[in-house]
Design a protein around this ligand. Sequence first.
Ligand SMILES: Nc1ncnc2c1ncn2[C@@H]1O[C@H](COP(=O)(O)OP(=O)(O)OP(=O)(O)O)[C@@H](O)[C@H]1O
Ligand SMILES: [Mg+2]
Length: 234
Amino acid sequence: MIEISDVTVKYGGVVALDHVSLKITDDVVGLIGPNGAGKTTLTNAFSGFAPVTSGAIVVNDTNLFDLPAHERARWGLARSFQKVQIVPDLTVQDHLKAVMDSKGISKSQRPDVISKVLDFVGISDIRLKLGAELNPYQRRMTEIAKCLIGSPRIVLLDEPGGGLSEAEMQHLRKVIRGIHPEFGAQILMVDHDVDLIRDVCASTAVLDFGKLIAFGPTEDVLADEIVKTAYLGR
Ligand SMILES: Nc1ncnc2c1ncn2[C@@H]1O[C@H](COP(=O)(O)OP(=O)(O)OP(=O)(O)O)[C@@H](O)[C@H]1O
Ligand SMILES: [Mg+2]
């Protein structure tokens, strides 16, 4: 369980998150809201990249805010970014090796770890391709593969569906649904694609101007009049 309590983030005069509290128990949880609502800021609060002024994010008795940002990855927090972080002159495999370095995974385990995560996301055939040669879908899958290294406890996905075709989205859905059964991590997923959210998220939270305006089973949340007005109707 992830317990977010009273989290506030301010950027100068902008209150990006305003006393947000929610308890996340489902395996895959959605986070939606209009542009600028605070979704990426919440993922940044998890990973230590947002100026948090109050609150806590507690997972299994650990308050993430008590850990320095660099220790959160080792603890088991993984994330993919809204702007994909791929290095042009590194291969797919090199990207994974860099993560394994940071997690202290031994040389002898590495080939198995690489095979497992690449097979899981379905890109084993391109492990030696350079970042510069990857299409948007392959870049996205490389990012997700990076997240799955080293027994993640929480995987944050920021707009994993951005810029993908319908066929690629079908594959993405399968990948996201498979993460918890295969790797055991809880997933918090930001996306604007309501069909994707409906398909893979058991529950969904809605932010608007930094405030939590709804949280519950995804179908109920998407049918909520306040949510429709704040988000879906726009
Ligand atoms: N580094 C920053 N410096 C200043 N303001 C910021 C910073 N990051 C976010 N903000 C502001 O905080 C608010 C929330 O931004 P955030 O990026 O979390 O929104 P979002 O819900 O992820 O939006 P989008 O759907 O466009 O990705 C916005 O008003 C934004 O301008
Ligand atoms: Mg964002």
